[in-house]
Ligand binder design. Structure first.
Ligand SMILES: O=C(O)C(=O)C[C@]1(C(=O)O)C=C[C@@H](O)C=C1
Length: 131
């Protein structure tokens, strides 16, 4: 049974269904954009990881992170997005980047990229403490 069949069975009006479908199409587009933007971000951080490894710089830079969090919280407030959520999301992404940096530091010659890696998938939700 398709989604629309299910809704029809439950008596949902066609106009409601059309509105739901329209909104879901936009959500799918936004989710695709998020994936593409994250892929580009990880391409950049991969380069940062290589640079840091080559020059023996530490994987994490807490001072930089503090500036990013302050900036993102401000942007979130302006955009009417929960700043705490924005902070959790950034921390989640950065924790993954730092894992990649640490891996590059011990395996600098790896051709593996963060975006195609499947064995190092984060398993902690946004907001969980950094391991
Ligand atoms: O800017 C850096 O130094 C990075 O390594 C990138 C990045 C990030 O993902 O934005 C990741 C780890 C650092 O702690 C700070 C920022």
């Amino acid at each position: 049974m398709s989604t629309s069949d299910t809704h029809r069975t439950h008596g949902i009006d066609d106009s409601v269904l059309a509105e739901l479908t329209r909104l879901r199409e936009s959500i799918d587009n936004i989710d695709a954009a998020v994936v593409h933007m994250l892929a580009e971000r990880f391409k950049c951080t991969q380069q940062v990881g290589l640079l840091k490894a080559r020059h023996h710089l530490p994987p994490a830079d807490p001072a930089r992170e503090a500036r990013q969090i302050a900036r993102l919280r401000q942007l979130a407030e302006t955009a009417h997005l929960d700043p705490a959520f924005a902070e959790k999301l950034l921390n989640f992404i950065i924790a993954e980047v730092i894992r990649h940096h640490e891996r590059i530091a011990v395996e600098p010659d790896t051709t593996d990229t963060p975006t195609n890696r499947t064995h190092n998938t984060p398993d902690t939700p946004p907001g969980a403490p950094r391991p």
